[in-house]
Design a protein around this ligand. Sequence first.
Ligand code: RB5
Length: 149
Amino acid sequence: MTSKKRIALSSDHAAIELRQTIANHIAAQGYEVVDIGPTTPESTDYPKHGEAAARLVASNDCQLGIIICGTGQGIMMAANKVKDIRCGVCHDTFSARMIRQHNDANMLAFGARVIGEGLALEIVDAFLGSKFEGGRHAKRVDMIKALDD
Ligand code: RB5
């Protein structure tokens, strides 16, 4: 595993239980989990939860973030509107590894209504356990960063 990091975690109502499972799973690995909720199952709006986690990452209060909604798509779209955020939706472990290695993604999104708990935990492990490779990928990530301006 890479060095221990602070991980921002949020979801909408579709993933309250899965988020708790993930929080416990990564805390057991030594990560510091900043779980910003929500904690109750009432319907809530995924953009504000995606944004809140993204702001923690963009400010470097947390080094990486994990966000979950029904599909992962809406919360990812909201997070990617925050400057300096690179968030991908992953429903397989290969993509979760590659968005760190090639895209220097600092946030992972997925859908609690798309995958089960076992695969979600493997995806989280693949994401957190991978590092940006730099090299030829750095120029391309810089091109993404330039789109923030
Ligand atoms: C909520 O019903 C649902 O729209 C949300 O969790 C997510 O899938 C949006 O992208």
